[in-house]
Design a protein. Structure first.
Length: 274
């Protein structure tokens, strides 16, 4: 960048939430309609609404007159072509792991000239992880250190396992992640695996996954999770937004896996035992 960008178009909530935590949300001139879910302050300071990195349109981007476009997963190749067509400086992010999320935050902080705030944000996030690890170790030790089997899905039709960074958070919270992160699965495979904890965090669904319906529809009533009432809905933005909000996902997972008291505004929703 020839100079610090002052007009930024954000094409994913993970980017907008990072800019907010860096204290430079005022530089965002356009963002997606989903960004308000992770940045409620946008209700008082609305921005121009544009399509996200899955359906981006170059004319919308140009209308905002940005000097930088930042996008992140998920993408469609046609949308990337539209972003490039706009001819504006473009930072494209594709995180897979927790370490990737840290690196992307550092990149955004560097390119926007908010390096000190970025360092502070990353330090706070890593301290949060360390604190949760200590709590988990204490609770888990009392239970003999056994790691419960956790099935976490980011989509329900078809069934898709949560992403790698979620698998890492599950491990930090003392669980064993069932399946391959990001891969498709099916009802029978999960029933056969018989997880002890089931988590639904559907993209774009907030906390509105119909747990009471999907368990009988999939034939999962006799899984250990359903019998013990360990079936949860965790808000979409806590687990599926690869930015600072994954720390809220960390606390949500610590609650459902280890029973550590929630510090969240919106605690995971649970259904009764079968």
């Amino acid at each position: 960048m020839p100079q610090t960008p002052n007009r930024v178009v954000s094409l994913q909530p993970s980017v907008t939430s990072t800019l907010e935590r860096l204290g430079i949300l005022d530089r965002v001139v356009a963002c997606t309609k989903y960004c308000v879910d992770v940045c409620p302050s946008l209700r008082d300071h609305p921005k121009m609404i544009v399509a996200d990195s899955w359906t981006a349109q170059h004319d919308q981007i140009l209308a905002a007159k940005p000097d930088l476009v930042i996008a992140s997963v998920p993408y469609q190749i046609e949308a990337v072509a539209e972003i490039m067509k706009a001819g504006v400086a473009f930072l494209g992010l594709a995180p897979k792991s927790l370490e990737d999320i840290y690196s992307d935050i550092a990149r955004i902080a560097w390119i926007t000239g908010a390096i000190d705030r970025g360092d502070e944000l990353l330090m706070n996030m890593k301290e949060d992880v360390d604190n949760v690890k200590m709590q988990v170790q204490e609770v888990s030790a009392k239970r003999g250190g056994k790691r419960p089997l956790v099935y976490s899905e980011e989509w329900g039709k078809p069934l898709i396992h949560s992403q790698k960074w979620v698998a890492e958070l599950v491990y930090i919270c003392g669980g064993t992640f069932l399946g391959t992160p990001g891969a498709h699965t099916d009802d029978a495979a999960i029933q056969d695996a018989d997880p002890e904890i089931i988590i639904a965090a559907w993209c774009g669904a907030g906390d509105r996954v119909p747990l009471e319906k999907i368990i009988p529809q999939r034939g999962w009533q006799n899984t250990r999770a359903a019998k013990s009432g360990n079936v949860f809905c965790i808000r979409d933005e806590y687990l599926n937004t690869p930015g600072p909000t994954v720390m809220q996902g960390l606390h949500a997972l610590a609650q459902v896996i280890q029973g550590i008291p929630s510090v969240l505004e919106f605690a995971p929703r649970q259904i009764a035992a079968a």
